[in-house]
Design a protein around this ligand. Structure first.
Ligand code: HXC
Length: 514
């Protein structure tokens, strides 16, 4: 018996070494952790249970039958994070560059199936040279099997991808199908085709970092939700993300005990809005001063920063926050900000996380660039997302809510449950200047002082229309609230809405304008 036990221990020890000490050292020399070190860091101590440690590939081409590593380039299993069950796979770059074989895909699919069946989040730690070149079609089949499961799991369990090394070619599409992608600066990259292929096809000279690094993806493409400084910070971000999410689409999000008084006033909000309607202020101040303990986990901070999205809590209850940011492009809605917010609202709706929306938006961004790139199709996404969402929706208009942008930003008409406005709100079809140009432009030309005439008319328009009272008279705004009491009013509204039941007409699925 002892002999057999010793043999098991030996085999386990060999499997734990992955591609061997030399390759582990090479991984460390690049400033990277191994798959097992990453799992150890992310999961609660001693909670990891591994599957398929002895599984190995079946490839016999190119002498591969002699190149065997137990576990075959990925470590899979389950464990807990902050005491809550998760399923995980971590690609092991020390084994054939973490490249994806048929068997490696089978290991990943096994944990994906378990995650769906048992209703717990799936976390993928990616560090791989892509499809295993020696295998060919089997590797492609393996990727496709993973993609299918990503789609089946979407909206059923939260899926988070962390890119901790290379992620190239078709391999990018599994992370792309998941809910959040976290990358690390300088040591992770994602692209469909690498710099050499780019050079030969488009003659562009581009570095790996420029083409698919964390900075690029978190600011320009919007593919990544967060660019961490290193692997440790990336995993800490994952832990924070999970703390706001339920385990699956039938559970409620985890409520924690809050020590932040519900009635805490934020006096500074009473003087936050500048007298000049065109002057900016920082919407993050509104968010930070109203949510529990100023604790806000921002997502996609550097992509389309004219809209802010992220997670926070009110009285311990997780919420998604969406807010226009007047500090960037006056908080205008454009293609990127619409898509950013739409996807976030849909995530929250999938997982029963209420959405609180702070509105200060002058409208949609005009111009050929936006029109040519489909601001109509893309702007419709945010409208669609808010309209179909059945989660509790609380909206606070702090200043501008003009035109189509008023409609789309969680208005009453899109089933906003509670819609508040600050006394500084301006809710109208369009800004004063534009409105009087249309209404009085011709008449102004006949006046001795057209500028003064238009300025007077603009003031008249603003006094009559651009305030919250007209909308409140119609019931489109439920109340006009004191800014300093915004936290309390939101907490009360969310409490009132906690048992909200709403559903959409039966359908296979809608057809969001993609
Ligand atoms: C088999 C691979 C591999 C792969 C790396 N290795 N990628 N083995 N298939 N795809 C092996 C190497 O041979 C090496 O083995 C070890 O992993 C480490 O690789 P290095 O090249 O030494 O590491 P590094 O210098 O850090 O470079 C990493 C890399 C490079 C940039 C990822 O390895 C590379 O370019 N790999 C190929 C990438 C690629 O073209 N993949 C296919 C994409 S197409 P030893 O034994 O020396 O340790 C694709 C289609 C998917 O993925 C479609 C799905 C729909």
């Amino acid at each position: 018996m002892q002999k057999k036990l010793d043999e098991l221990m030996e085999k386990r020890a060999a499997a734990r070494l992955g591609g061997g000490q030399k390759r582990i050292d090479a991984q460390h020399a690049k400033g990277k952790m191994t798959a097992r070190e990453r799992i150890d860091l992310l999961l609660d101590d001693g909670s990891f249970e591994e599957f398929d440690m002895f599984k190995s590939h079946r490839c016999t081409s190119f002498g591969m039958e002699k190149t065997q590593f137990p576990g075959d380039g990925v470590v899979t299993g389950y464990g807990t994070i902050d005491g809550r069950l998760i399923y995980i796979y971590a690609q092991d770059f020390t084994v054939l560059g973490g490249s994806l074989s048929e068997t490696l895909a089978e290991k990943i699919c096994k944990v994906m199936d378990l995650a769906i069946k048992n209703g717990a989040p799936l976390i993928g730690l990616n560090d791989s040279g892509g499809a295993r070149i020696q295998e060919g079609i089997e590797a492609l089949a393996g990727y496709s099997d993973i993609f299918l499961r990503n789609v089946m799991a979407s909206g059923v369990v939260p899926q988070i991808s962390v890119i901790l090394g290379p992620c190239a070619g078709g391999a990018v599409y599994s992370p792309a199908l998941t809910d959040f992608i976290v990358m690390i600066k300088g040591n992770s990259y994602m692209f469909l085709t690498g710099p050499k292929v780019v050079k030969s096809v488009t003659h562009e000279d581009v570095t790996v970092e420029e083409l698919g690094g964390a900075d690029m993806h978190s600011s320009q493409s919007g593919v990544a939700d967060y660019a961490a400084e290193d692997g440790k910070e990336a995993l800490a971000y994952v832990e924070r993300l999970l703390s706001f999410m339920p385990q699956n689409n039938v559970e409620s999000p985890p409520v924690v005990l809050s020590d932040d008084p519900l009635e805490r006033r934020a006096e500074q909000l009473n003087s936050l809005i500048p007298d000049n309607p065109n002057a900016a202020y920082d919407m993050k101040e509104v968010i930070l001063s109203t949510v529990d303990n100023g604790d806000f986990l921002e997502v996609k901070e550097h992509f389309a920063p004219n809209i802010i999205i992220g997670f926070a809590r009110f009285n311990g209850q997780p919420v998604g926050i969406v807010a226009n940011q007047p500090m960037v492009l006056s908080g205008v809605l454009d293609i990127n900000s619409s898509v950013k917010a739409a996807r976030f609202v849909r995530f929250c709706d999938c997982f029963s996380i209420p959405v609180v929306t702070f509105v200060d938006v002058p409208g949609f961004l005009p111009g050929t660039n936006q029109e040519y790139n489909g601001v109509i199709r893309n702007g419709a996404k945010i409208l669609y997302a808010y309209a179909e969402a059945t989660i509790p929706k609380v909206t606070v208009v702090t200043r501008k809510a003009y035109g189509g942008a008023y409609c789309v930003m969680s208005s009453k008409h899109l089933r906003g449950d509670i819609n508040y406005a600050w006394p500084t709100a301006e809710i109208a079809v369009m800004g004063g200047k534009g409105a009087v140009e249309v209404l009085y432009g011709r008449e102004a030309k006949e006046k001795s002082n057209p500028e003064k005439f238009l300025a007077d008319k603009e003031q008249e328009y603003l006094d009559a229309v651009a305030n919250p009272y007209v909308a409140a008279q119609r019931g489109y705004i439920d109340d006009i609230i004191e800014p300093a009491r915004t936290r309390f009013r939101i907490v009360k509204a969310l409490g009132m809405l906690q048992n909200k039941q709403e559903s959409n007409p039966m359908k296979k699925h809608g057809n969001i304008p993609l």
